[in-house]
Design a protein. Structure first.
Lengths: 145, 134
């Protein structure tokens, strides 16, 4: 069944999440948060990124997965987390606390450096904090329904 | 009195969210402020000053990162459309330097106004140190 994709859908006021992951993915023990990738010609929304981080930390805590400080660990100790989440945002301009656009989060194994799962979420003036929480919950929990 | 006055001034200006982990309860005395992640202008020093005031007021010893801290504070902040010396959003994390694990996180966000960076640092670190009071 390796390579087969499971597609899940989450609904919430922040938008819906679709997740792709190989069958048999295990729940990580720890996750480093988060490395956002710059997209050419797309302005970064630092306020949105920060809220997504906070939401993702909350999701990890809810799932009993240890959140690891990526910047600190990356510089000083090397990767102690077994996974990290990398994000890509294609956001439209908007007021702080609100996000419209596409958010993609990838769960990456720090040992094998392969993508374990990918979540895509369309945001329509949604709360980025809630979006981060829902997307990371879907991403980190293989048993999510 | 001074820290209380600062807290009263900033109360109501920002949304504050505290995220506790299971490891959050462990006691500590030596806090390094801050390290690593920043994005933006020179509000960094003001965040540091505010955080150090909160830590001192709450009985913690502020030390350098290399001086054997029990825990370390890390800041990431956004400054979109804010005045110099202010931040719009802030994520402060309390990190266990041995495990690299985030022990507690505090998110500050101000939908309509800038938050003075020193006050933001104070508020964030007060939340980091005190956590969710029951």
């Amino acid at each position: 069944m390796r390579g087969a994709l499971a597609v899940l859908a989450f609904c919430g006021c922040a938008g819906s999440v679709s997740v792709e992951r190989p069958a048999g993915q295990l729940r990580p023990k720890s996750v480093a948060l988060i490395d956002f990738v710059s997209t050419p010609n797309v302005a970064r929304r630092a306020d949105v990124e920060i809220s997504i981080w906070a939401g993702c930390i909350a999701a990890a805590v809810e799932l009993d997965i240890r959140p690891v400080d990526y910047s600190y660990v990356g510089r000083t100790l090397g990767h102690r987390a077994d996974t990290l989440v990398r994000g890509r945002l294609e956001m439209q301009p908007g007021r702080r606390g609100s996000a419209t656009g596409i958010m993609t989060l990838e769960l990456i194994s720090t040992r094998e450096e392969v993508t374990l799962a990918k979540a895509v979420m369309k945001l329509d003036a949604g709360d980025p904090d809630l979006a981060g929480r829902l997307a990371c919950r879907a991403l980190l929990d293989p048993g999510a329904k | 009195v001074k820290p209380l006055a600062i807290l009263l001034l900033v109360a109501g200006c920002a949304n504050v969210r505290i995220i506790d982990t299971r490891a959050a309860a462990r006691s500590f005395t030596r806090l390094a402020v801050p390290t690593a992640s920043t994005r933006g202008r020179n509000e960094f020093q003001l965040l540091h000053d505010g955080c150090a005031s909160a830590a001192t007021a709450l009985g913690k010893t502020v030390v350098e990162t290399f001086d054997s801290p029990d825990l370390i504070v890390s800041f990431t902040y956004a400054y979109d459309n804010t005045e110099l010396g202010s931040v719009g959003s802030l994520l402060a994390t309390l990190v266990d330097p041995f495990a690299g694990t985030i022990v507690r996180a505090v998110e500050l966000d101000s939908p309509s106004a800038s938050i003075n960076a020193r006050d933001a640092g104070y508020q964030a670190c007060r939340g980091l140190i005190e956590g969710n009071k029951k």
